[in-house]
Write a protein that binds this ligand. Structure first.
Ligand SMILES: Cc1cc2nc3c(=O)[nH]c(=O)nc-3n(C[C@H](O)[C@H](O)[C@H](O)COP(=O)(O)OP(=O)(O)OC[C@H]3O[C@@H](n4cnc5c(N)ncnc54)[C@H](O)[C@@H]3O)c2cc1C
Ligand code: FES
Ligand code: FES
Length: 495
């Protein structure tokens, strides 16, 4: 029996229960916190997911009776996406007796704040690290803080605060009990397991719970905007001031969140976030894991999905070139009808994908590279962390006795869509992998693409860097140890 939909958004704000009705469903979590709750600790810096001043922590059931926490950018999340979750802001950290939380105290002790505008966001990222048990590792701290920008304190004292604050073990009996109690409250709050169907003059908003419900809703509303992590869609509202009607949110569809190996293929449901898919992708290939780690920030990866990165059809999305090089396939669904296509065929032209109205991306299937195949993905951007790609080269190469037995070369940022470099591939397939053929392939690569100049890179730079990435592939696959030296040089360049 299907449960009737409801129209009140239920969640915990700290320890307090909220049931909201009659609110514009495209109100951001940030605006709700600041304007309705007057919890103004959470700040607005950019309203586009870049600066981290709006960072909040979300707690949600982990499916095992416990609670899973993650940071997100409140400025690009819509209020109904809180349904069934706990939201924690900087106001919730102080104890009832007024004493500061260990991460706040560590910020005070290390002089981690000057103007303080960025501070609540940093504190929430530090709090997430504390909830995860804390770490001393500089790389892990950098990674957790890369989505928080500070213009005046500088990062040294804040990194020191991360080290000083330490963390709490999830197995700590008091903490374990606290998390179980919150998980229990959340389960009771949404025990009806009903989807939200909000009808508001500003727009309608639906949160299906199953893929079947989602499919049915999209057949009924073929012009609806599908919302996954909102790291693109959120900006349409906050920056482009668009009104969306209706919106169908797939973040609550449990059967789209699976990430699982089926034989030699990795199946990634369209609702799986980057954070959820990271380990499995890194297991397929270390370069794939590193590529995911460099997408946006921790907050963006905790919300954004691999499916959304494909569906938006951007020529500079990071996942499509890598997944095309690996021979990924896409499963699209309309109603009860599914079709499976090679991912490369999904991208038809700029802004045009092979997706009919009412159809949605259900999952992407990524084959495990054969043992003899080497995979590399190189992302070139102006900044190492939290930056959009200028050029991305992805290569899957199979060498047999020094000859290129098979090769798939795909680039992002070089054309109107992510695209295979066919002439480059043809120049190498079946040929010895040597410098003469490398040079011929570099020339072929220049014929494959006519890139454009924009604020990220000139067309000349793009062509040269694409050729140089091919050369990098050559050195990494022919000279043992060169990869380590190149990575070391890159790390120094960014130090
Ligand atoms: C600060 C910041 C940094 C970023 N950095 C990077 C980066 O380094 N690399 C990168 O590639 N991208 C980056 N992005 C872009 C964005 O995070 C990614 O494109 C992300 O994968 C989008 O996924 P999402 O789940 O948030 O999609 P959403 O924003 O929810 O949706 C994106 C588009 O896909 C459609 N859609 C989503 N899911 C489906 C589905 N299952 N079926 C049909 N249509 C669907 C939506 O309707 C929309 O058109 C960044 C964004 C921000 C704000
Ligand atoms: S306000 Fe800058 S990331 Fe949200
Ligand atoms: S303390 Fe001023 S921006 Fe960080």
């Amino acid at each position: 029996m299907t449960t009737a939909p409801r129209d009140d958004i239920r969640f915990l704000l700290g320890d307090e229960e909220r049931r909201l009705r009659g609110i514009d469903p495209q109100m951001t979590v940030l605006n709700y916190l600041r304007l309705q709750e007057r919890k103004c600790g959470t700040k607005e810096g950019c309203a586009e997911g870049d600066c981290g001043a709006c960072t909040v922590v979300l707690g949600e059931a982990d499916g095992k009776g416990g609670l899973h926490y993650r940071t997100v950018n409140a400025c690009i999340q819509f209020l109904p996406t809180l349904d069934g979750k706990q939201v924690l802001t900087v106001e919730h950290l102080k104890s009832p007796d007024g004493s500061l939380h260990p991460v706040q105290q560590a910020m005070v002790d290390t002089h981690g704040s000057q103007c303080g505008f960025c501070t609540p966001g940093f504190v929430m990222s530090l709090y997430q690290m504390w909830l995860d048990g804390g770490t001393d590792d500089r790389g892990a701290i950098n990674d957790a803080l890369a989505g928080n920008l500070c213009r005046c304190t500088g990062y040294g004292p804040i990194i020191e605060a991360a080290r000083k604050a330490g963390g709490i073990a999830a197995s700590d009996p008091v903490e374990h009990h606290r998390r179980m109690a919150i998980a229990d409250r959340l389960a009771r709050l949404t025990s009806d397991k009903a989807m939200l169907a909000i009808e508001h003059p500003a727009g309608r908003f639906f949160t299906p719970k199953t893929a079947d419900q989602l499919a049915q809703l999209l057949v009924t509303h073929p012009d609806a905007t599908v919302l996954a992590g909102g790291t693109d869609v959120g900006l349409w509202v906050t920056k482009h001031l668009r009104r969306l009607d209706p919106v169908i949110y797939l973040g609550d569809v449990a059967d789209l969140k699976t990430v699982a190996m089926v034989g030699d293929d990795l199946h990634i449901g369209a609702g799986a976030t980057y954070s959820a898919a990271h380990d499995a992708l890194g297991h397929l290939s270390p370069d794939l894991g590193e590529l995911v780690r460099r997408i946006g920030s921790r907050q963006i990866r905790n919300a954004g999905t691999v499916g959304g990165n494909i569906a938006n059809g951007s020529p500079i999305g990071d996942m499509p070139p890598a997944l095309i090089a690996l021979g990924a396939r896409l499963v699209l669904r309309m109603g009860d009808v599914r079709r499976e296509i090679p991912l490369q065929d999904f991208f038809i032209a700029y802004g045009k994908q092979d997706r009919a109205k009412g159809e949605f991306v259900e999952k992407v299937i990524v084959p495990k590279p054969a043992n003899a195949t080497q995979f590399r993905a190189y992302k070139i951007s102006k900044r190492f962390d939290q930056d959009i790609t200028a050029v991305l080269g992805a290569f899957a190469i199979t060498l047999e006795n020094g000859v290129v037995a098979d090769l798939r070369v795909t680039f992002g940022g070089m054309a109107a869509t992510p695209m295979r470099a066919r002439q480059c591939e043809d120049a190498l397939r079946g040929k010895p992998w040597n410098t003469a053929n490398l040079e011929a392939a570099r020339q072929a690569l220049a014929r494959d693409f006519t890139p454009m100049s924009d604020m990220r890179a000139s067309k000349e730079y793009r062509t040269l860097v694409a050729q140089n990435l091919l050369t990098r592939l050559y050195f990494e696959t022919t000279s043992p140890g060169v990869a380590t030296r190149l990575v070391g040089a890159e790390a120094m360049a960014h130090a």
